[in-house]
Design a protein around this ligand. Structure first.
Ligand code: NA7
Length: 542
């Protein structure tokens, strides 16, 4: 079956690719491994899963009707509400007829002869197209560490990133969870409410601050709707792709204490003052100081105030000490937001095992054996994250010119131009690929910008009777060095920092900072300049 464009992945990036390219008159086929749309929000159904970007902004801006008609029940939506939105988008724009579900792409090969991409699926089907768009997501390949004896466990095994569609009944069960990143922190309070007993196996303590848990007020939603053009424009000029729009008509007045000014920099406060501010305003206040992310002394002052704040929230001082992050600072990893995380450790039916002091020896048929003893479990939950940014691309069997494998090309880390294309792989695009702002930006904004760029690029080629576009080797090398240069000296790349942004969560993965940290507006401007300069850094040919 032949198309103009093949799209791999039916999450938000794939859905918008289908919509945009179909509307410009191209034939499009999308192949999706899951049984329905939604990507991240389809797979991550674990109790407590929620987005950390406000929904009125974490939503598509391409259709005025869509943004006017959709009701969000909460300011920061839960997974089920975002998945319902994805389904609505698919129905409203009749996208499903272009998507083949339950289909995993196993080979993505460039045929130099016909200048075509040929995709093979796990069902043995073959599809060809002039262009191929990898809309495979940044956090779509779950990481399940190989723990000794893992296969022997006789209870139920779950992964937060592959949570079953059917309700998982945890009542009366002894549940263990490995991992305390965003997924672990979100699900631990929920699992504790459901299980008979929860044991948390923590390798590295986390910095987490309370999430905004407001229900959506009709007046606020209405004010957003009235100002969407300004909001969408604001996103284009904001570092992280959110407009920072604050409703003026419908906000309640804040209490005088909440509006009392705090200094811009944490170093303007004494240690006692820092602790007092955290006690009165909560841990989240630490994120509002300007110097915390740019100055190591300020960062360590904030880290100390954070730890002091946590100590006050935990009844048992031994448990508190285990929960305190000490080996890295705020801003190294993606900021985690929680609902009742620390309070959960005050429950009598929750146990924390600190794997740094009580190492995991093995998984046994009945539970988890650590140095100190066996924890018997009925259910073991892996909240162990993802092979981020490159994981899905490296599992799609991508081969370009002369059979060059992407896996070989990226053996020492991803090398791509603008996170959009790699030399040796003509007419193959990546949406929010490594080297673009991607996960450091509101993903929906990053996705729309990339897909629009790709759509415009195909129009340019077709209008100019060009058949091929390929990033040059020189352009991608210089882009990668720019991406590294911008990341140097930030908290993200501090020597003590081990994050999935750096690939440090996967054994053997090259340690390279993968997203572009220069901000969405600067990145978008580069993309626009490249086009204005006749696709500078790309070679276009007939
Ligand atoms: P993360 O943030 O990568 O967290 C994974 C957690 O799992 C983290 O606490 C890890 O500890 C832990 N982990 C991983 N492997 C092991 C082993 N072998 N033993 C014990 N503990 C382990 O993934 P999330 O799913 O929580 O979040 C990913 C992103 O998704 C998030 O940032 C949001 O953007 C959405 P470690 O820190 O490596 O010691």
């Amino acid at each position: 079956m032949h198309y103009d464009v093949l799209v791999v992945g039916g999450g938000f990036a794939g859905m918008y690719s289908v919509y945009r390219l179909r509307n410009q008159g191209l034939t499009v086929k999308c192949l999706e491994a899951g049984s329905d749309v939604g990507g991240t929000w389809y797979w991550n159904r674990y109790p407590g899963a929620r987005c950390d970007v406000p929904s009125l902004e974490y939503s598509f801006g391409f259709s005025e009707e869509l943004q006017q008609e959709w009701d969000w029940p909460e300011v920061f939506s839960a997974q089920a509400d975002i998945l319902a939105y994805a389904n609505h988008v698919a129905d409203r724009f009749d996208l499903r007829r272009h998507i083949q579900f339950n289909t995993r792409v196993t080979a993505t090969e460039y045929q130099e002869d016909g200048n075509l991409w040929c995709l093979t699926t796990d069902g043995g089907e073959k599809f060809t197209a002039r262009f191929c768009i990898m809309a495979t997501g940044c956090l779509s390949v779950p990481n399940k560490p190989e723990l000794p004896g893992a296969e022997s466990f006789s209870g139920q095994v779950l992964h937060t990133g592959l949570w079953p569609k059917d309700t998982v009944d945890l009542q009366g069960k002894r549940v263990g969870v490995i991992g305390t990143g965003s997924s672990g922190v979100q699900t631990i309070p929920e699992l504790a409410r459901q299980a008979e007993h929860l044991t948390v196996f923590q390798r590295t303590p986390v910095y987490t601050v309370p999430a905004n848990r407001k229900a959506m007020r009709a007046a606020v939603q209405q004010e957003f709707r009235e100002n969407y053009s300004q909001i969408r424009e604001g996103q284009q000029h904001n570092f992280g792709g959110t407009s920072q729009f604050s409703p003026v008509k419908s906000v309640k007045r804040k209490s005088p204490d909440a509006t009392k000014k705090i200094p811009a920099n944490i170093l303007e406060l004494t240690p006692d003052e820092r602790n007092e501010i955290v006690a009165s305003r909560g841990l989240g206040v630490l994120l509002s100081f300007r110097d915390v992310y740019s100055d190591l002394e300020a960062n360590s002052a904030a880290n100390a105030a954070y730890r002091e704040g946590v100590r006050k929230m935990i009844d048992n001082p031994d448990v508190a000490e285990k929960l305190l992050p000490k080996t890295y600072g705020l801003g190294c990893k993606r900021q985690v937001l929680d609902r009742d995380y620390y309070a959960t450790f005050n429950r009598t039916d929750v146990t924390l095992i600190d794997l740094q002091h009580d190492p995991l020896i093995s998984i046994t048929p009945t539970g988890v054996q650590t140095e100190a003893g066996l924890t018997e479990l009925d259910v073991l939950v892996y909240a162990t994250g993802f092979d981020a940014m490159t994981g899905a691309l490296l599992r799609a069997g991508i081969r370009g010119r002369a059979g060059l494998s992407l896996n070989d090309k990226w053996r020492d880390g991803p090398v791509a131009y603008m996170g959009l294309q790699a030399n040796g792989f003509p007419n193959l695009f990546t949406v929010t690929g490594p080297g673009s702002p991607s996960v450091l930006c509101n993903m929906l904004v990053a996705i729309e910008q990339h897909v629009n760029w790709i759509g415009d690029c195909i129009t340019y080629l077709d209008d100019n009777q060009l058949t091929t576009i390929e990033a040059t080797a020189a352009a991608e090398v210089s882009w990668v060095s720019h991406v590294n240069e911008v990341a140097r000296g930030t908290m993200f790349t501090a020597p003590t920092c081990n994050s999935w942004y750096l690939g440090a969560n996967i054994e053997g993965k090259p340690r390279i900072f993968m997203p572009y940290v220069g901000g969405f507006p600067r990145y978008r401007q580069y993309c626009e300049e490249v086009v204005a300069d006749g696709y500078k850094g790309f070679e276009c040919s007939a």
